[in-house]
Design a protein around this ligand. Structure first.
Ligand SMILES: *Cc1c(COP(=O)(O)O)cnc(C)c1O
Length: 386
């Protein structure tokens, strides 16, 4: 089976994990520090803005707490969002306000957000779909005008930039995921960014039981070091040094992963662009860089589900991300989002990971072309000799 996502871990990660075993320190320690330092460098921000936590969903939940969002408040997000984002808003008692997206990029735009703003709106929670940045200038201007916090779910955009600035560091808070399905993976883990270092300090304590001082040898008092105080009734959500050991090695490989993903993206473009029944992803603006997390095609004429089934029968697994939240019954939101509906009905994410061979990519493209031929869809002729 050619999988849609796949991690690339190797001897380097194992070797670092071995070092953690030998150190006898499995908790959040030096290696987390090394990862925070390295990731801050990767983002081109100061170390005082970032820290690790156990998963990006925890980051989404903590964003509500850190920006004081609760009952009576509203948070706007695109209906094409990760379920954890919707849950974070609803769980804190705030009102989840969904909006539409661009039907081709699946990214939210300022014009989608603006009509949803009310006097109760506190924040915009957006994601950069598939690693392609949203048009942040317009969104930031809108947020400024209405004094709204901007939270960037950057789980898809680990290496994306918008006009030279790392996605996740443009708004007030950003979060990245290193779970098993992402590009930089360590099983589970996340990095959080806060524009305001004081808020980062508070958040770091909140995610470590609200403890005021560090425990263990790093505590400088020389007697009764077991006494403590807390500053909040916080959670305990930390990354440990076993997962951080994987993450530091993955970070070294990230540039190579992205380069390979870009090649695959371009190969799909070359092999699929000529098909008139299938839209390849829109071009990435020249002032942005992508992380190439998804390669999403849009199959017109109601063939998406049949194509997905055909590919699966031929050992190619595909998926659609993210099933719109207004179609998730439990949220109980009835609204009309024509672009998101179009996207949900037609979009398919093709296999994209750095371990795909050129032959794998050609196999996927050839199967798609063959599906079109079998169904008489290639009226304008197929592309590149298939
Ligand atoms: C994976 C993902 C998350 C959640 O990340 P976890 O680390 O698994 O909690 C959040 N948002 C988006 C867009 C994701 O793809």
């Amino acid at each position: 089976m050619i999988d849609v996502f796949q991690p690339s871990l190797g001897a380097e990660e194992l070797e670092r994990i071995k070092g953690v075993f030998e150190s006898n320190w499995l908790g959040k320690g030096k290696i987390n520090g090394e990862f925070e330092e390295g990731f801050a460098g990767h983002l081109n921000v100061g170390r005082e803005h970032v820290f690790t936590t156990n998963c990006c969903s925890e980051g989404l939940f903590s964003s509500m707490h850190m920006f004081g969002i609760g009952p009576g408040d509203e948070v706007i997000m695109p209906t094409i969002s990760f379920v954890g984002a919707g849950n974070a808003v609803c769980a804190c008692g705030a009102k989840l306000v969904l909006c539409d997206v661009d039907r081709r990029t699946l990214n939210v735009r300022a014009c989608d957000i603006e009509p949803k703003i009310t006097p109760n709106t506190k924040a915009i929670l957006l994601l950069h779909y598939g690693g392609v940045p949203c048009e942040m200038d317009e969104i930031m201007a809108l947020a400024k005008k209405h004094a709204l916090a901007v939270i960037e779910d950057s789980a898809c955009s680990v290496a994306s930039t918008y006009k030279g600035q790392a996605c996740g560091t443009i708004g007030d808070m950003g979060m990245w995921s290193f779970d098993a399905m992402k590009i930089l993976v360590c099983g589970d883990g996340s990095m959080l960014y806060f524009k305001d270092p004081a808020l980062k300090e508070q958040a770091e304590k909140w995610l470590y039981s609200g403890l005021e001082s560090k425990s263990g040898y790093s505590n400088s008092v020389d007697q009764k070091w077991w006494e403590y105080d807390i500053s909040s009734f916080g959670h305990r959500a930390i990354m440990n040094d076993i997962t951080a050991a994987m993450a530091v090695e993955q970070l070294k490989k990230l540039r190579g992963f992205i380069a390979r993903r870009k090649e695959i993206h371009e190969t799909y473009d070359r092999l699929l662009k000529g098909l008139d029944w299938l839209d390849t992803p829109p071009d990435i603006p020249d002032y942005c860089t992508s992380s190439y997390y998804f390669y999403h095609v849009q199959v017109v004429g109601g063939h998406r589900d049949l194509l997905a089934k055909y590919l699966r029968e031929h050992n190619v697994y595909t998926t659609f991300r993210y099933f719109p939240l207004h179609l998730v019954k439990h949220y109980g939101i009835e609204d009309n989002f024509p672009n998101a509906d179009y996207a949900a009905y037609n979009t398919l994410c093709l296999p994209l990971h750095q371990s795909l061979t050129d032959a794998d990519v050609e196999t996927v493209a050839r199967l798609i072309c063959r599906y079109g031929e079998d169904h008489g869809l290639n009226t304008a002729g197929s592309s590149d000799g298939y």
